[in-house]
Design a protein around this ligand. Structure first.
Ligand code: OSB
Ligand code: MG
Length: 368
């Protein structure tokens, strides 16, 4: 299809509750949205990058820069027939995966709409609904954490993930486990520990966690292998895995036993599918991680989660977990912790144009 026009916008939404991890603290999110127009069709994508470089090196502004100055000029005013063709055009670009993912998502949406098919069908999804969990930030009062766990259990979510950090780890997990002996529970450290903390991390083995996510450095797979050899709890890698090659090397080394696949972190849905396929063929469980996506990125997460190897509940909660008013309509809703796949073409949700206009704080257009 002939890509005639691209629009970028920075959209800011307040979060329903401040979310703290070992590396950052957020009360709002500002994401770059990508809107492509081609032959009477429109495709949407989202760069769910945090505004600061504390999860990975990208920020909202680096996504804006890379899209505006490098990625959009590679596609606007030319024909595009496949995602492989798109990724080939930016082969020389290093990293900047959140920026790539926003453009790639808009292209998938366009291609799926042109084919008149839902994105999940185009990706090879096999599920009609997906089972989800929730990720809970660090709370300064344990009673607030208990109240959140009670709320999301009552809503039927299938597992709870707790953020941990040095000084906010064993004691918190112990209190939660004591109060909820059978809760499917896991912990995410967002790379806050080092191998010297192995004795402390080994204490987590007594709590029957489903997994511990990214305990060590964001760019490490060597120390993770040494740590996994000392832990009964499976390690799940998040920050360390940016591509299917990373996944292959980590699994070969024994750096972990589970992979959290984030569409944005790996640069898009095609790479997410490749990691899924690699893991699925080897019996390695994967699940879909999140980056506080608005409805567009959330819809993409939903679509990729329908692939058969996404066997564990992910962080693809309903829109209301983070936002009072999402920019898609209807908002994405979970019932009993389960979200149905949409039946419409493409991402399968419509944009709430009025809401979007109110939340937009910058725009850029390239047309030719
Ligand atoms: O490590 O998975 C993470 C949010 C922002 C940055 C990193 C992470 C997270 C989450 C929340 O855990 C995932 C979500 O519900 O979108
Ligand atoms: Mg994580």
């Amino acid at each position: 299809m002939q890509i005639e026009r691209a629009e970028l916008r920075i959209v800011r939404l307040p979060m329903v509750r401040t979310f703290a991890t070992s590396s950052s603290r957020k009360a709002e999110q500002a994401h770059v949205l990508v809107r492509l127009s081609a032959e009477g069709l429109v495709g949407w994508g989202e760069c769910a990058s945090p505004s600061d470089p504390y999860y990975c090196e990208e920020t909202t502004e680096t996504c804006w820069h890379i899209l505006k100055d490098f990625l959009l000029p590679m596609v606007v005013g030319s024909r595009l027939e496949s995602i492989e063709e798109l990724t080939a055009r930016y082969r020389k670009l290093k990293r900047n995966n959140f920026a790539r993912a926003g453009l790639e998502m808009a292209c998938w949406d366009l291609l799926a709409r042109a084919a008149g098919r839902p994105l999940h069908a185009l990706l090879g999804g096999t599920r009609a609904e997906i089972r989800s969990g929730v990720s809970l930030g660090i709370e300064s009062r344990i009673d607030d954490l208990f109240a959140l766990i009670d709320q999301y259990r009552a809503e039927g979510y299938h597992r709870i993930k707790l953020k941990i950090a040095p000084g906010n780890d064993i004691a918190v997990i112990a209190r939660v486990r004591e109060r909820y002996p059978d809760l499917p529970l896991m912990a995410d450290a967002n790379s806050a520990y080092t191998l010297a903390d192995a004795p402390l991390l080994r204490e987590l083995d007594q709590f029957g966690l489903m997994m511990i996510e990214q305990p060590l450095a964001h760019d490490d797979i060597i120390d993770h292998a040494a740590l996994q050899a000392q832990l009964a709890t499976p390690i799940c890698l998040d920050e360390s895995i940016l591509s299917v090659d990373d996944a292959r090397k980590a699994l070969q080394l024994g750096s972990g036993r589970i992979i959290n696949i984030k569409v944005s972190r790996v640069g898009g849905l095609l790479e997410a599918k490749r990691i899924h396929d690699y893991c699925h063929a080897r019996g390695v469980p994967v699940w879909c991680g999140g980056m506080h996506e608005f409805g567009i990125g959330r819809a993409a997460n939903l679509a990729i989660s329908s692939l058969p190897g996404y066997s564990l509940p992910g962080d693809v909660s309903g829109s209301d977990k983070y936002y009072d008013q999402d920019i898609v309509t209807p908002p994405i809703r979970a019932t009993a912790g389960t979200i149905p796949l949409p039946e419409g073409p493409g991402l399968g949700f419509a944009i709430d144009e009025e809401r979007l206009a109110r939340a937009t704080e910058r725009t850029f257009t390239l047309a030719r």
